[in-house]
Design a protein around this ligand. Structure first.
Ligand SMILES: [Zn+2]
Length: 462
């Protein structure tokens, strides 16, 4: 055989599988569901299928089209169920599930100063944070959250248990001016942040972040140092911003400026900054947050429970500010169910604007998914079901009495479904919960350890 002939034969051999239209091997297909994509056209495929390979979504199409092009190692049948992007909780303090139900029915400052800060001073340790975060992870995985933005202490411990559970997190190491369990001074907290960021640099699941508590618990010098460190390490900042009217007064007293103004004067904003709450914000401040590309986490349940106020969500949206939804810590909510948070995010705006068209079910769902991804600077890779995005997907059962009849899947998800309806939770292409069984955490053990650790909290508040 001449060389030329050999080359022709080899080329024919290589081309053969293509001409025969062999299906491409992928790791997972979620088949025959009602697929709510939250893509650019807000497509809903009924029925639809999602092909996943490794950590990525490779195709979203009809079941027939997916079956023709892909062959999966594993298939999940989603007949009659909703398949949608995993929910993104843009503001929480995961380990604070350990303080759930403690000091209810108080305003923020009383609740923080009389209950939370003293209880934390006596209880928070690396072990306590691990136990609490595992309990929160269990609750989040069971209720369809696939990414959470956290602000707490010993954040490297939060990161380790989050990664072990297969969950995605933007995890913020707290910086606050008074001595706390993981840092005697803000300088200690900055050093801790640097070590934490180094440990999880370029991690697939963990995005290290820095979390200056607020403008009322930090001086200008520390806020500037936080911003400089965030830029140096290229990590996102998370800060409580304009949460209560009292905060505005405290900021005026301490900095002679409103919260947004003091941060602007310090050139505080990092490439990704997430403002939690953003309730007491003027129109000019909304425009400024837009100019600085600051994302906002709206926390309707926490804001209502603590009577903090209502964030100007409609204004943020018309001005083009990226808005996500958060539960806040379980101590002020009192759960981490993002379905309920989406529902309240819609209802609260309808009530405060006296306009039932304010925040539709589709808009609430968008804020709970893609909006949150964008607010966290991750809109390119998270928040919708599209080829090229990371495979963070949930399958939601639709067979409960309260979900019948099914005319409008989006309305049914936002207005009638609950976290408990989630059957399967997938993060980064990995199944973390299947048919309500969490595979990456030992549920019974997580709950018994949390109950044991609650004794520490009981003693601390006696
Ligand atoms: Zn908070």
């Amino acid at each position: 055989m001449t060389i030329r002939l050999a080359v022709v034969a080899l080329a024919a051999l290589l081309a053969a599988p293509l001409t025969a239209q062999q299906p491409e091997a992928v790791s997972l297909i979620i088949n025959n569901g009602i697929v709510i994509t939250v893509d650019g056209n807000r497509r809903i495929l009924n029925p639809g299928a999602v092909a996943i390979n490794g950590a990525n979504i490779v195709a979203v199409d009809t079941p027939a089209a997916i079956a023709a092009r892909y062959k999966a190692a594993e298939t999940i049948d989603a007949t009659g169920k909703v398949v949608m992007p995993g929910l993104i909780n843009t503001h929480t303090h995961a380990a604070m599930v350990m303080f759930r139900g403690l000091g209810n029915d108080l305003n923020l400052m009383d609740w923080l100063q009389k209950y939370i800060f003293p209880a934390e001073a006596k209880t928070v340790s690396p072990e306590f944070v691990r136990v609490g975060t595992r309990l929160a992870l269990l609750e989040m995985i069971e209720s369809g959250t696939t990414t959470f933005a956290d602000m707490y202490y010993f954040e490297e411990e939060v990161a380790r248990v989050t990664k072990a559970a297969g969950m995605r997190g933007v995890l913020g190491q707290t910086v606050i001016e008074f001595p706390v369990p993981d840092a005697k001074t803000p300088a200690d907290a900055l050093a801790r942040t640097e070590a934490f960021a180094k440990e999880f640099d370029h991690d697939e699941l963990i995005t290290p972040s820095i979390a200056p508590h607020s403008v009322y618990t930090l001086d200008a010098k520390t806020l500037t140092a936080v911003s400089a460190l965030a830029r140096k390490l290229m990590i996102p900042i998370q800060i409580h911003l304009a949460e209560t009217q009292a905060e505005i007064g405290l900021s005026q007293k301490r900095h002679q400026m409103r919260p947004v103004a003091i941060l602007e004067s310090l050139n505080f904003w990092a490439p990704t900054t997430l403002a939690a709450h953003g309730v007491w914000i003027t129109d000019d401040e909304v425009a400024l947050l837009k100019r600085r590309d600051v994302g906002v986490s709206n926390n309707p349940e926490s804001n209502m429970k603590l009577s903090s106020g209502t964030a100007p969500v409609m204004k943020y949206r018309t001005e083009g500010v990226n808005v996500g939804i958060g539960t806040d810590g379980a101590a002020s909510n009192n759960d981490l169910d993002m379905f309920e948070a989406m529902r309240q995010a819609a209802f609260q705006q309808k009530l405060v604007t006296m306009d039932p068209t304010a925040i539709t079910a589709a808009e609430a769902l968008e804020m709970g998914t893609l909006g949150g991804a964008r607010a966290l600077g991750r809109g390119q890779r998270l928040g919708s079901l599209e080829p090229g995005k990371l495979a963070d997907v949930i399958v939601v059962g639709m067979s409960r009495p309260r979900q019948q009849p099914l005319f409008d899947p989006v309305a049914q998800i936002v207005y009638a479904s609950r976290g408990d309806d989630v059957e399967t939770t997938i993060v980064n292409g990995k199944v973390l919960m299947r048919d309500r069984k969490v595979l990456t955490l030992d549920s019974a053990r997580v709950i018994s350890e949390a109950r044991k650790a609650a004794d520490l909290v009981r003693k601390a508040v006696q």
